[in-house]
Design a protein around this ligand. Sequence first.
Ligand SMILES: C[S@@+](CC[C@H](N)C(=O)[O-])C[C@H]1O[C@@H](n2cnc3c(N)ncnc32)[C@H](O)[C@@H]1O
Length: 245
Amino acid sequence: MSDPYRWDERVEAWEEVAATESFLAIRDRIVELAQPRIDDYAVDLGAGTGLLALAIAPRVRELVAVDISEQMLARLDDAAAADGIHNVEPVVADLRRLPLEDESATLVVSNYAFHHLDDPGKELALAEARRILRPGGRLVICDMMFAISLAPRDRRLVWEKVTALLRRGPAGAVRILRNAVRLAAGRWEQPAPPTTWEEMLVARGFEQVRIELLAHEAAVAVARRPQVRSEAARARAGRAGASGS
Ligand SMILES: C[S@@+](CC[C@H](N)C(=O)[O-])C[C@H]1O[C@@H](n2cnc3c(N)ncnc32)[C@H](O)[C@@H]1O
């Protein structure tokens, strides 16, 4: 499976980031918003080494941890065993094509994975999330949500990043240059701003969509798969049934 970011080689580095106060706070907010229940079938998209998955698993019936990186999931599996958590199933897969049954989940969560997909990739992954959710199922996705733009929040975020790096001295300045080159070469991470997230979720047929801004560039999108099929979906299903009979 193609992984341009080579996540298999970044397990240790990511674990350090995931253990920071900022990420622990993000995790806690996602869990609050997700309101996991003991009868939930949960899926964590881009689960990594388990920051979110291992906080949710003890509160639900079952959790499928999906990630493109075998090594990330191997670490998650070890951590689950060490914590005595036995209801996690690691699945190596691309978020854009989930090997999971239709309507098999009641809760889909994700943290800091979607900005590794371009916008069409995000749309595919959201379509997959909707497909695997049962009607009424909940979706809670946290990601970096901003754009390089002149909008006040975007300008503030870029400025915060630049000044934080500059405070690190020459190493920080080199990092800024490297990021500028990556940006110019189109090898930048691909976050979408909150407005795009809202549009994508509505376009993919989610309802009760809302976005909560968190610290720095993070934000969480909360939505639901509609409880009942829309009129159009019922008509489509009716036509398909009639043509099949
Ligand atoms: C920044 S880490 C976040 C991990 C975890 N969600 C957490 O909060 O600690 C991003 C994760 O997304 C995974 N990932 C990136 N692109 C993916 C894709 N197309 N399909 C599945 N997983 C992907 C990476 O392997 C990595 O584990």
